[in-house]
Write a protein that binds this ligand. Structure first.
Ligand code: NAD
Length: 425
């Protein structure tokens, strides 16, 4: 009985293991594309994974040792690229999976990059500004040998922002003895950031929602939208949906959700949320995140964390379209259930690729030293996202596979080809 229970437990943990589930879908995608097993062996894990210890002098005089990671999944196409996450739950496995997703995103939107990702196990909500600065600079010193504008280019992710990118860029420029804006993206505008970077992920998700709604015959004007997560991705997305005439009936953060069938006052909530994307603490009348995900709506956007739609709640999802702004919010079993129920699922590696696309634009502008207007950035992003959505959608229709598998097929092809041309496989 005990052994049986622990098997069940292991089975459950496997289903929520983001690295394992990514590997399963990559394997399927490569099989469908007819690649031999060694291509899978090459792509199933990052080429390089660096673990570092970062000593930081805290404000009270003590020294705390933080653990950080940098994964470089595959650099056959070009330098690796991907954000840095500051979060207490960061693990080596998660960083590896995130770096693979970055490779897939770069393949899908056709950027000259492979995927990378970094993370530090810490809770920035409990650290002072100066402690965060020392940690950010310490991390750059620790990984400086393997990163750089033509090697591996970091960016923001969960709980990191343009200020942290600025400190990191400054630290790298000191080590490099050169002003190196192309070392990192997501910087403030005055330090070589790009117009539109801050809201790029949400813009990309919005473009995918427009395209998906067209395919499903849903009019955005008046459509009911639910967004889980009210940070960088979720809050801008809620705003863009509201501006497009949709009715945002539900939003949430780590502490709960808000629901109003007549539509929430998004501008007010944006005004009141803190820099960590928290707003629901200000209200008494909240619902749980579980209830939020199961609200009746036309479009559901998970924009918070992993493993939110699983075999346990996928049957209860009452949306017509699910568009993943977060990385890994739906498990393999969740994807299968939604697909069987006829719900169109636009996967993370496609829907949230707007962030890395504008990061690429930022890097290009840094390299050429000539900067674009907001309109130019938006126009270029729109073209990339519409084309990428339709490539994945058509692959899914032609090959009779769900959008996630189609996206993985599109996303792996360029890497596999580049690795072959280089003579690696
Ligand atoms: P963020 O830190 O700005 O916001 C995260 C939001 O999720 C906050 O509102 C937080 O309260 C909420 N949250 C945290 N734990 C939660 C929980 N258990 N239940 C419900 N809500 C919870 O992060 P972000 O940059 O908006 O990223 C959100 C997701 O989007 C992540 O999966 C990230 O990897 C992905 N993403 C972000 C970008 C980007 O450019 N910001 C790009 C691609 C993908």
């Amino acid at each position: 009985m005990v052994a049986e229970k622990s098997n069940e437990q292991t089975n459950k943990e496997d289903k929520l293991d983001v690295l394992k589930s990514t590997q399963i879908v990559i394997h399927k995608a490569l099989e469908r594309l007819g690649y031999p097993e060694e291509v899978y062996e090459l792509l199933k894990e990052p080429l390089r994974m660096l673990t570092v210890k970062i000593p930081v002098r805290m404000d009270d005089g003590s020294v705390k040792i933080f653990t950080g990671y940098r994964a470089q999944h595959n650099d056959s196409v070009g330098p690796t690229k991907g954000g840095i996450r500051f979060h207490p739950n960061v693990t080596e496995k998660e960083v590896k999976a995130l770096s693979i997703w970055m490779s897939l995103k770069c393949g899908i939107v056709d950027l000259p990059y492979g995927g990378g990702k970094g993370g530090i196990v810490c809770d920035p909500r409990e650290m002072s500004f100066r402690e965060l600065e020392r940690l950010s600079r310490g991390y750059v010193r620790a990984i400086s040998q393997i990163v750089g504008p033509t090697k591996d280019i970091p960016a923001p992710d969960v709980f990191t922002n343009s200020q942290i990118m600025a400190w990191m860029m400054d630290e790298y420029s000191r080590i490099d003895e050169f002003n190196s804006p192309g070392f990192i993206t997501g910087k403030p505008l005055v330090l070589g950031g790009s117009h539109g970077r801050e809201s790029a992920t949400a813009k990309g998700v919005t473009i995918c929602i427009h395209e998906a709604a067209k395919k499903c015959g849903i009019e955005l004007q008046g459509a009911k939208v639910v967004v889980q997560g009210f940070g960088n991705a979720g809050s801008y997305l809620a705003k863009f949906m509201h501006d497009a005439g949709a009715v945002v009936v539900g939003i949430s953060d780590a502490y709960g959700g808000l629901y109003d069938p007549k539509g929430l006052d998004i501008d007010y909530l944006l005004d009141r949320r803190d820099s960590f994307g928290t707003v629901t603490k200000l209200f008494n009348n909240t619902i749980t995140n579980k209830e939020l995900l199961e609200l009746e709506c036309d479009i559901l956007v998970p924009a918070a964390i992993e493993n939110q739609i699983t075999e346990e709640n996928a049957h209860n999802i009452r949306a017509k379209i699910v568009v993943e702004a977060a990385n890994g919010p739906t498990t393999i079993q969740g994807t299968q259930i939604l697909t069987e129920r006829g719900i169109l699922l636009v996967p993370d590696v496609l829907a949230s690729a707007g962030g890395v696309t504008v990061s690429y634009f930022e890097w290009v502008q840094n390299n050429q030293g000539y900067y674009w207007t907001e309109e130019e950035v938006e126009e270029k992003l729109e073209k990339v996202m519409v084309k990428s959505f339709n490539t994945v959608y058509e692959t899914s229709q032609n090959r009779r596979v769900d959008m996630r598998l189609a996206a993985y097929m599109v996303g792996t092809r360029k890497m596999a080809e580049a690795s072959r041309f280089r003579g690696w496989i």
